[in-house]
Design a protein around this ligand. Structure first.
Ligand code: DOR
Ligand code: ZN
Ligand code: ZN
Length: 398
């Protein structure tokens, strides 16, 4: 594959390049590769070409709740949103807390996804540390719910928490409020890196900032909804309920500061689809995110809140580094050709009518996109182009 006329940011400078892909990898990035013959030529037509987004935090609901989402529809939401790799959370039914459930999930999902994927393994209140230990080379990392959330996976017992941490290469936590310093201290005591999902307050960011100053292996994630939405939006749209809940405008700004000073490492969507009828009928925590994450984050690039280069770091490069994906996260020779072509001149509006996810709604209804995703490429295969889904090429990243 040869991708022509790519507008790229290289070392802070806008440049126009051609990208040559062979055997799924980028093999050359040059000013002009028009002399090279290739089976497939794509014209980026001067649009931005950016590194495919890695979303470390999605709930694909498969198995067990496939009326909300299944692996295929969830992966379509990703492809449409410029996400080329996602990591699926364990609060499916059954919970992914045994090796057996994990292997079954892997079998079930083979050949079902348009983009690449990995699996989180769940820590369980019944102390499944033997299982946790067994699967470490088959999963992204261990996920532990330290506060109540959708899915009944809360782990509270100190000894159980320690057992799970000790047997993990990295622990991702759903932790809110005082559970954040608790997770950081467990990580310090047991010398296991901790990844704090969906930071939502100024205080959360400060805990992570201080831990990093001490040199601890602590990583922070922010979601687009905690960056762009706050309590004033919930007043207008009662569907905007999730854990952690939306906070204040001041918290939005503290999260942005955390991104700019390096306290926050990654963007995860916490794509948590519940069908719109379910959301309307009863208080249900979780909102979708995969489809609009990059489109929303590009709004911040458009208004100079963040550079495109920095955005690619937190949505791709750093995520790959934290979770050990060696060939992903960068547009560079030798890396997987996971690429997204984006039109940054669009004035398009985000609308529920175009939602691909089975949930059937978007928290960003009516907002202007920061960019329009034209084409999504996974390892040199076009998976999404001009609104069409093309190839269920996705495979597991481990
Ligand atoms: O609001 C949430 N919904 N927060 C979570 O942590 C889980 C998620 C879900 O799975 O619905
Ligand atoms: Zn969570
Ligand atoms: Zn989550």
């Amino acid at each position: 594959m040869l991708i022509k006329n790519c507008r790229m940011i290289i070392d802070g400078e806008e440049q126009f390049k051609d990208i040559l892909v062979e055997n799924e990898k980028i093999v050359s990035i040059e000013d002009d590769l028009s002399g090279v013959s290739s089976d497939e030529i794509i014209d980026a037509a001067g649009n931005y070409v950016i590194s495919g987004v890695i979303d470390p935090h999605v709930h694909m609901r498969d198995p067990g709740m496939t009326h909300k989402e299944d692996f295929t529809t969830g992966s379509m939401a990703c492809a449409k949103g410029g996400i080329t790799t996602f990591f699926d959370m364990p609060n499916t039914v059954p919970n992914t807390i045994t090796e057996e459930a994990l292997l079954e999930k892997k079998r079930l999902h083979e050949g079902k996804s348009y983009v690449d994927y990995g699996f989180w393994f769940g820590g369980s209140k019944a102390d499944n540390h033997d299982e946790v230990k067994k699967v470490q080379d088959k999963v992204i990392a261990t996920k532990v719910f330290m506060n109540v959330s959708t899915g009944n996976m809360l782990v509270e017992d100190e000894k159980v928490l320690e057992d799970i941490f000790k047997n993990s290469k990295l622990v991702g936590v759903h932790a809110e409020g005082e559970m954040i310093p608790k997770a950081i201290s467990l990580s310090e005591k047991l010398d296991v890196p901790v990844y704090l999902c969906h930071l939502s307050t100024k205080e959360d960011v400060q805990y992570v900032r201080e831990a990093k100053k001490k040199g601890l292996k602590v990583y922070g994630e922010a979601t687009p909804h905690h960056l762009f939405l706050n309590v004033s939006d919930v007043e207008k749209n009662p569907l905007l309920r999730m854990k952690p809940e939306l906070k204040t405008k001041e918290d939005n700004e503290a999260l942005w500061e955390g991104i700019l000073d390096g306290t926050i490492d990654t963007i995860g969507t916490d794509h948590a689809p519940h069908r719109i009828e379910e959301k309307k009928a009863k208080l249900t925590f979780g909102i979708p995110g995969a489809e609009n994450s990059l489109e929303m984050m590009l709004k911040a690039v458009r208004c100079d809140k963040i550079s495109l280069e920095k955005l690619m770091k937190i949505m791709s490069e750093t995520t790959a580094e934290i979770f050990g994906l060696k060939n992903k996260g960068k547009i560079a020779v030798g890396y997987d050709a996971d690429l997204v072509i984006v039109d940054m001149t669009t004035e398009e509006i985000i609308s529920q009518e175009n939602v691909i996810s089975k949930c059937g709604w978007t928290p960003y209804e009516g907002l202007k996109k920061g960019g329009k995703i034209l084409t999504t490429i996974v390892r040199g295969n076009v998976v999404f182009k001009d609104g069409k889904f093309i190839n269920k090429i996705g495979k597991e990243v481990i």
